[in-house]
Design a protein around this ligand. Structure first.
Ligand SMILES: [Zn+2]
Length: 182
């Protein structure tokens, strides 16, 4: 997607008052991923650069996306993602059978990393999926999709929150169960 188009899109999204869950059924595959990523980046939670270790820090709304659709399914996760804080970059790799909901869940998870400070334990170990992260993830799910997750969700493991987001999006019906490679 052209950078100028993306910028214009983000502006439109910022100006939009509507926050209900929605997808763009006419978009397929990579276009859907790019569109959804830009839409998520335009939300209030993404304005922070707290999760960035780049110099200067890069806000979640400005991180870059590198994505890849696999030709055939992998053995385990249908979608995997990573946030590379030093590079201001998020990577995502998806099976063709991955649903839009599964893609969205990973995108929002990685953007929540970019928006959340990563505390270090006294030994220097980074607490990547700590309470601050899980709180941001629950907040992002609310801003992005209007999801009211269980109030206890911030005490869950992060993968359980990821799963809940997928389940709730699938339950919305519509296009969320569409395979990204279809
Ligand atoms: Zn994570």
């Amino acid at each position: 997607m052209d950078p100028e188009v993306l910028q214009a899109l983000k502006k439109i999204q910022r100006d939009a008052v509507k926050r209900e869950p929605r997808v763009e059924p006419e978009l397929s595959g990579m276009d859907f991923i790019e569109f959804e990523f830009a839409r998520l980046q335009a939300l209030p939670f993404a304005t922070t650069d707290a999760g960035s270790e780049a110099d200067p820090p890069i806000a979640a709304e400005d991180v870059q996306l590198a994505m890849r659709l696999r030709e055939r399914p992998a053995h385990w996760h249908s979608v995997t993602g990573a946030h590379l804080p030093e590079q201001g970059c998020i990577t995502i790799t998806a099976d063709p059978e991955a649903t839009r909901a599964e893609i969205a869940s990973v995108l929002i998870h990685e953007l929540a990393h970019a928006a959340t400070p990563t505390p270090r334990s006294p030994s220097g170990r980074r607490t990547v999926h700590g309470r601050a992260f899980r709180t941001m993830l629950v907040r992002a799910a609310k801003e992005a999709y209007g999801l009211d997750l269980d109030p206890e969700a911030i005490t869950w493991s992060s993968w359980r929150i990821d799963d809940a987001i997928v389940r709730e999006l699938h339950a919305l019906g519509g296009e969320w169960r569409l395979a990204v490679g279809s």
